[in-house]
Design a protein around this ligand. Structure first.
Ligand code: IPM
Ligand code: MN
Length: 370
């Protein structure tokens, strides 16, 4: 059998990034072995580490490697030591430049409350049980990229611009409706149309796109109300469609409901090269101590298998492996839920998931052999 090969650029980045991406790579390797897919991994510098080494958060070699690969797997960027740097030398700037260069405008952030983790949620079990939200975050527009931006020359003022073109709203809305068709067929578009013109425009365009998807239910919610509903009634949501900054904020909130920010993966699609990264940050306070939760990074690897490798079955197996390990009671420190249980480290969690992945395949092969 011809083995399919995928070229993956791995950008471990800062803080806990290297530790969690190592486990994501481990999961990919093992799933790939069974699924008849081989990976060529190439590591490059991004973020604060790249600033130290190359004087820029997105070195040319990193960008070129990403553009020449089938997918990018990223850990995290940022850290307090670089916070005071000018914008061109901030770790976050490297990530934003990379996003823009790869062109992925749709950032998919699935937040699922796993039954095994119900006790980890800050919300009561009966509120959070069954919550399964897909945040579709527009990633290349809005306040993050809008011009004008900056400081006045006399340092008395500063501004950013929330700006959207119709075609930017159309394409992200289309992604949200298409994803809704694979789920519970409901899109909630989140905006601040009671105050902002850009949100009124957003709403108009989304309504227009919705006409092409009469089988999908659409409602509109203001961002403040959405933040509230997420903690009082998270099961009311299926797909949340929203602009860049609102999506950034709401996806952290949705993640926390599931038990830990460390659980959530993301996929950025729609551009030249897709990028996969956990939504958590670099967590410099716990970096290098083998205590970070690698499951968000591993789940991002699962999204890579689904969206780039075209192997939904392998993706599901990785996700099931994560579930199985949690159901067996294994927890990293962030999932201890205040209980004095023994916690396992980043590496051990990664190994357990890798073993669970091979168990699933072995069982399947054994079944077919009978
Ligand atoms: C995220 C992060 C990034 C963002 C930062 C690191 C630039 O918070 O992916 O959610 O704001 O998009
Ligand atoms: Mn964020």
């Amino acid at each position: 059998m011809m083995k399919k090969q995928l070229k993956i650029t791995v950008l471990p980045g800062d803080g806990i990034g290297p530790e969690v991406t190592r486990e994501a790579v481990r999961a990919l390797r093992i799933a790939g072995e069974y699924a008849g897919l081989s990976f060529e991994f190439q590591e490059h510098a991004i973020g604060g580490r790249a600033v130290e080494q190359f004087g820029t958060p997105l070195p040319r070699a990193t960008l070129d490697a990403c553009l020449a690969s089938d997918a990018v797997l990223l850990g995290a960027v940022g850290g307090p030591q670089w916070d005071a740097r000018p914008r061109a030398q901030k770790p976050e700037t490297g990530l934003l430049q990379l996003r823009a260069a790869l062109g992925g405008f749709a950032n998919l952030r699935p937040a699922v409350c796993l039954p095994a983790l119900a006790e980890c949620s800050p919300l009561r079990k009966e509120i959070v049980a069954g919550a399964d939200v897909m945040v579709v975050r527009e990633l290349l527009g809005g306040l993050y990229f809008g011009e004008p931006r900056g400081f006045s020359s006399d340092s008395t003022e500063s501004w950013n611009t929330m700006r959207y073109r119709a075609d930017e709203i159309e394409r992200i809305a289309a992604v949200a409706f298409q994803i809704a068709r694979t789920r519970r067929r409901k899109v909630t578009s989140v905006d601040k149309a009671n105050v902002l013109e850009v949100s009124q425009f957003w709403r108009q365009i989304v309504q227009r796109v919705a006409r092409d998807y009469p089988d999908v239910k659409l409602d509109h919610v203001y961002v403040d109300a959405c933040a509230m509903h997420l903690v009082t009634n998270p099961t009311r949501f299926d797909v949340i469609l929203t602009e860049n900054l609102f999506g950034d904020v709401l996806s952290d909130e949705a993640a926390a409901l599931t038990g830990s920010l460390g659980m959530l993966p993301s996929a950025t699609v729609g551009g030249q090269v897709n990028m996969y990264e956990p939504i958590h940050g670099s967590a410099p306070d716990i970096a290098g101590r083998d205590i970070a939760n690698p499951l968000g990074a591993i789940a991002s690897a699962a999204m890579l298998l689904r969206h780039t490798a075209g192997l939904p079955d392998a993706a599901a197996k990785v996700e099931n492996a994560i579930r199985a390990v949690l159901e067996e009671g294994h927890r990293t420190a962030d999932l201890a839920a205040g209980r004095s249980r023994r916690c396992i480290g980043t590496r051990e969690m990664g190994e357990l998931v890798a073993n669970a992945i091979s168990d699933t395949y072995e069982r399947q092969f054994a079944y077919h052999a009978v």
